[in-house]
Write a protein that binds this ligand. Sequence first.
Ligand SMILES: [Zn+2]
Length: 247
Amino acid sequence: MLSRLARLPIAVVTTAALIAAPAQARQACTGAPGHVQSPVEIDRSQNCGAATPAITISYGFADGQMQFRDKNLNGVVDNHDDVSFIPDNFSDPHIMYGTTKYDLTEVHYHFDAEHKFQGQAAAPAEAHFVHKDATGDTVVLGVLIDGVSVPATDAHDHPLNGVPTTLGASWSVGSVNLAGMLPAGKASFRYSGSLTSSPYTPVHWVVFNDHVEATGSTIAQAKAPFGTAGNNRNRQNVAPRIHPGNP
Ligand SMILES: [Zn+2]
């Protein structure tokens, strides 16, 4: 008996070691679906079946307003604030999500990127194309943006150039190339997540696999008002069900 008791501390030590390094919690592909909090790191090897419903993107060029938004209305730059393009009503940028029309309400930017693919470095910026249907249901297209010296297009540089440092400022921008802001390859990964700032409500996420480019100095200048911490939320700990799609 004494000999058996003497072994107990060894078993306790082993259990503690396992608890100290748990696997990341992952939503199973089966069972009741649920939204996770966003952003997340996306593991491309995870596949819970093809994405549905079909999405058709109808973007062209749009005029509108750029805004350095004080989203908390607290008069202080913090990580809930953003730089956002608000298209006017005339160009009607939208997506069809199945048979339902979702209007593009804004394209806002995070510095650094919020989403990240496993095995890949975090990008310096991410654009979120926010769409809402008549009920307020939300679909967001996420585009990761790399900083380079000479980007393939100026689609993101155009609205981001000359962003003022005054919180609450807005200014007109014409001929924003919405279609050109998306990657040429439309492979994507969908999951059920949330807004990444208050009120963190449920969102259908579509994150494109391919990155796009903007001028590194333009990204740095647009990020500067937010300081080195930027305006991105930390990636959350629960890995969602991932559905590959196009988009
Ligand atoms: Zn966002």
